[in-house]
Write a protein that binds this ligand. Structure first.
Ligand code: BGC
Length: 398
């Protein structure tokens, strides 16, 4: 079954291990050398902590912070406590030249500008409570009907009007044997955006020395609820060099995808990709067949493997030589090719983000699962612990 988010004995063990590997030092420990622990999880007494810098004030006057994780190869990942947003990922290309590979802004104001909020691209943000759409913002759970905030007429998208992407999370930087990490916590109140149950969410970003960015999502609730957490990073492995990602070659190990209606809600049909422009079971350039897909790719692929950590996507950019491998325990991946980007947003280094400037690989349960009894369940009950993990690993091919 695909309910990998429900903890069995084995996954509880891995969660405990995860907790042991992510010691959360006090403020004093965070600046001094951390002491060795019984678990041996502290890397070395002199291993550096992630850095923290100002990221500007939010519109309500809160100081946002930007944390930068660095690994042994000099790869860096910048994450804000505003929305848990990945604002930058610096990795080398085939010539060893480091460059940014995600769309983003230099200050929190970029993420709160009227143009950004109007177009709603969710650059790099943590998405919750529910990644992607819920039809008409309505669902029934344990005999009760719920109405969510609708923000993508007529549906609810990415958690509603004030989703997790727009919240300030409590952030704790740390270091462990796995690498530098940032733990983000957010308590979503019962009824927030219409969702039942107070939801206690923890997301841990860990940058490993094999150039992997692992994201661990954990949550508990005090009432039965639904959730589908993901990250909305837009990748362009030639950012600043290529204005779009059409030459990137993508592989998706998925024989089927979820067919959608005109408002991008799944009809329930899982359609074979064979013989269609949705067939990425072998590598294809994004631009090769995109003209045959009205609007561009914005669909959920049904991953062939649903147990354990499995591949969700592989990407190769011939121009930079960079590669991206996505692994997850989730049953689906939303492959979205930045179809709604229209050049109204300008990000890092003055780069204008036009149509197809980036692509997203949002690991997830299928859209609108609360209304689709045949899809893997997204329900979480009191006493259960939701846990999923996704890793984005970067490399080069020469
Ligand atoms: C959705 C798109 C949407 C984008 C930005 C994606 O996950 O599938 O339809 O435009 O997020 O909001």
């Amino acid at each position: 079954m695909t309910h990998s988010r429900r903890l069995g004995a084995g996954s509880l063990g891995s969660l405990l291990l995860l907790a042991a590997c992510n010691p959360q030092p006090s403020a004093q420990q965070s600046t001094a050398g951390a002491p060795a622990t019984a678990t041996g999880s502290v890397r070395t007494p002199s291993a550096p902590m992630p850095t923290s810098t100002a990221f500007g004030k939010t519109t309500d006057g809160t100081e946002a912070r930007l944390f930068t994780l660095t690994n042994a190869h000099g790869m860096t990942v910048a994450i804000s406590n505003y929305g848990g947003t990945i604002t930058g990922i610096q990795v080398p290309d085939k010539n060893g030249k480091t460059g940014d590979v995600v769309l983003g802004f230099d200050a929190v104001s970029g993420y709160q500008s009227p143009a950004f909020l109007k177009s709603g691209p969710y650059f790099g943000a943590l998405i919750g409570r529910y990644g992607n759409r819920i039809k008409a913002g309505k669902f029934t759970l344990e005999g009760k009907s719920y109405s969510l905030a609708t923000n993508n007429a007529p549906n609810s998208l990415h958690g509603g009007k004030q989703g997790f992407d727009k919240k300030i999370w409590t952030a704790t930087p740390a270091r462990s044997t796995d690498g530098q990490s940032l733990t983000l916590k957010y308590l979503s109140k019962d009824g927030e955006e219409g969702y039942p149950g107070a939801l206690d969410v923890t997301v841990v970003y860990t940058l490993t020395d094999d150039n992997g960015l692992r994201i661990d999502y954990t949550a508990t609730t005090d009432k039965a609820t639904v959730l589908n957490l993901t990250n909305h990073a837009y990748f362009n492995l030639s950012l600043g060099q290529s204005k779009d990602v059409l030459a990137h070659e993508v592989t998706l190990p998925a024989d089927r995808y979820t067919v959608v209606d005109a408002t991008l809600i799944p009809t329930g049909e899982l359609r074979p990709v064979k013989g269609t422009p949705f067939d990425f079971t072998t590598p294809h350039a994004i631009g090769e067949r995109i003209a045959q897909v009205p609007g561009g790719y914005d669909h959920n692929w049904v991953l062939n493997t649903t147990t354990g950590q499995h591949s969700a996507a592989t990407v190769y950019d011939p121009a930079s030589g960079r590669t991206l491998e996505v692994r997850t325990d989730q049953p689906g991946v939303q492959f979205y090719t930045g179809n709604f980007l229209d050049g109204t947003l300008t990000g890092h280094n003055g780069t204008v983000y036009g149509k197809h400037a980036g692509f997203c690989l949002e690991t997830q349960h299928f859209p609108d699962s609360p209304n689709q009894p045949k899809f893997p369940t997204t329900e979480l009950k009191p006493g259960e612990t939701y846990h999923t993990a996704t890793t984005y690993t970067f490399g080069v091919r020469k």
